[in-house]
Design a protein around this ligand. Structure first.
Ligand SMILES: NC(=O)c1ccc[n+]([C@@H]2O[C@H](COP(=O)([O-])OP(=O)(O)OC[C@H]3O[C@@H](n4cnc5c(N)ncnc54)[C@H](OP(=O)(O)O)[C@@H]3O)[C@@H](O)[C@H]2O)c1
Length: 215
């Protein structure tokens, strides 16, 4: 049994938790307002779910999902994530997150910011280019014709493979982008962003991606 820790249990975190529970995972969820505020979600998810502090969710997870506004990355507890595969779902919206210089000049990607904050963890970019409702609507068993594909990017091969196996298990084909720095290919406003594509379609879309901000 694998436990998935969630730091951030909003639209994408909660929907991913629903999907994970459906596929037999235990989930431990944390938000900014404290464990009690997650009681309705925990009740909905059932006995495989519990709420916790962010520190506890990071400790409990064999795999940890960080699904926060990018401005909150600095609050993620880094020490308990050491050695773990950590999924970053974040997208940068300066109107929401404030202006972050490294993201404005594209010297770093969002996931690289998290990797810098938690340097002993193995950050894998995933789930940022699918909307929360589509996570449950588009999930389908392996070998379903036209199965939707999602991407992974990360510097650690084992962590990337682990996250890819999780994604396949919960309902999607996987396209491996390689290192974390390649995550820009699926960031906001790229061809794959929010679009339902199978693996061939995702490969074509990421190949066509252009960096879109100031470069
Ligand atoms: N919504 C989508 O369809 C979607 C799809 C792909 C990627 N994304 C990206 O994924 C990230 C999360 O998006 P979302 O739509 O799920 O956001 P959301 O609905 O606003 O949820 C954010 C979650 O993060 C928690 N949080 C905020 N600050 C925190 C902190 N300092 N410590 C712990 N928890 C904190 C919030 O807790 P409280 O509610 O208690 O404040 C909430 O549970 C964003 O970067 C977004 O751009 C979103």
């Amino acid at each position: 049994m694998t436990t998935i820790g969630f730091i951030g249990a909003g639209r994408i975190g909660s929907q991913l938790a629903r999907l994970a529970v459906r596929h037999g995972y235990d989930v431990v969820l944390a938000n900014s307002r404290g464990p009690e505020s997650l009681a309705p979600l925990i009740e909905e998810l059932g006995p495989s779910a519990r709420s916790a502090t962010a520190e506890e969710a990071a400790e409990a997870g064999d795999l940890v999902v960080v699904s926060l506004p990018v401005r909150a990355i600095g609050d993620v507890p880094a020490a308990p994530l050491a050695g773990k595969a950590v999924i970053d779902t974040g997208n940068y919206y300066p109107q929401r997150d404030g202006v972050i210089a490294e993201l404005e000049d594209e010297s770093l990607t969002v996931a690289e910011l998290l990797q810098r904050h938690a340097p002993r963890s193995h950050v894998v970019k995933a789930f940022n280019h699918i909307t929360a409702p589509d996570l449950t609507a588009d999930a389908s068993p392996a070998a379903t014709p036209g199965r939707r594909a999602l991407t992974v990017a990360g510097n650690d091969d084992t962590a990337r493979a682990r996250v890819a196996a999780f994604i396949d298990d919960i309902g999607f084909d996987v396209v491996d982008l390689g290192p974390l720095a390649e995550g820009w290919r699926v960031q906001r406003d790229t061809p794959v962003y929010g679009v339902r594509l199978d693996a061939d379609g995702v490969c074509a879309a990421v190949a066509a991606a252009k960096r879109h901000l100031h470069i």
